[in-house]
Design a protein around this ligand. Structure first.
Ligand code: PGA
Length: 249
């Protein structure tokens, strides 16, 4: 049975005190989840949030990592540094990183490798923009994103990856993919993994849905056989909403 997961992505929200307060609320409320729970926080929150959530069922993710190992890269944060905080996951390839920070397939391939080398589990995001969906090109876009950055991995390495399908037109827009659209794409993604790594690896790959997933639509989305959970942006900033989504999984 593959891992079911609800992961939060705080993005660039909450100062340190606010972030710690939210983590403390979650610590209190998420005591016995039936799925893996992860929160993705800004870099500066990682160490104190990991400390606060030690010995709880909540794991912590960075939202990005550098594409270089170490050295003269002013302002960057390496995978090794992230791992040293106690974080266990790293979100890589979020559409906001691809669009605003020009992260290419090659850059993302390096980030995934560095995360894995430092025992961080990548949550690798893929998804098409609105024009691509309207042109019916969503499958080819997602396939190219996988081939460009993660299908170079060995089956063993790939087994450590969680995929997150996040149609860009649904992120932060209130426009959620329908359960049918999500299921169709997740099944397609799983078929690509099966063609590349075999059915066993595909059956064990966790594929999250992200994009305006909230406490109201989570249950319906998660009811689909190939939707293994969610990557949650806006609704992960409010403990009550995030907990409802966890309960829906
Ligand atoms: P959203 O963001 O839930 O606010 O749409 C999801 C994401 O970008 O991971």
């Amino acid at each position: 049975m593959r891992t079911k997961m609800v992961a939060g992505n705080w993005k660039m929200n909450k100062n340190l005190q606010e972030g710690l307060a939210l983590a403390a609320e979650l610590k209190q409320q998420v005591t016995n989840p039936t799925c893996t729970v992860v929160i993705g926080t800004p870099f500066i929150h990682l160490a104190p949030v990991c400390e606060l959530l030690k010995n709880t069922p909540i794991a912590v993710a960075a939202e990005n990592c550098a594409d270089k190992e170490k050295g003269a890269f002013t302002g960057e944060v390496s995978a090794e540094m992230i791992a040293s905080t106690g974080a266990q996951y790293c979100i890589i390839g979020h559409s906001e990183r691809r669009a605003y920070y020009h992260e290419t397939y090659d850059i993302l391939r390096e980030k995934v490798l560095l995360a894995l080398q430092n025992n961080l589990k990548p949550i690798f995001c893929i998804g098409e923009v609105k024009e691509e969906r309207e042109a019916g090109r969503q499958n080819e876009v997602v396939k190219a994103q996988l081939e460009g950055s993660v299908f170079n991995l060995s089956a063993e390495e790939f087994g450590k990856i969680t995929l997150a399908y996040e149609p860009v037109w649904a992120i932060g827009t209130g426009l959620t993919a329908t359960p049918e659209q999500a299921q169709q794409m997740h099944a397609y993604i799983r078929s690509l993994v099966a063609a590349k790594y075999g059915q066993t690896v595909a059956d064990e790959t966790t594929i999250l849905y992200g994009g305006s997933c909230n406490e109201k639509n989570a249950k319906e989305l998660f009811a689909n056989p190939d939707v293994d959970g969610g990557l949650i942006g806006g609704a992960s900033l409010i403990a009550e909403k995030f907990c409802s989504i966890i309960a829906a999984r």
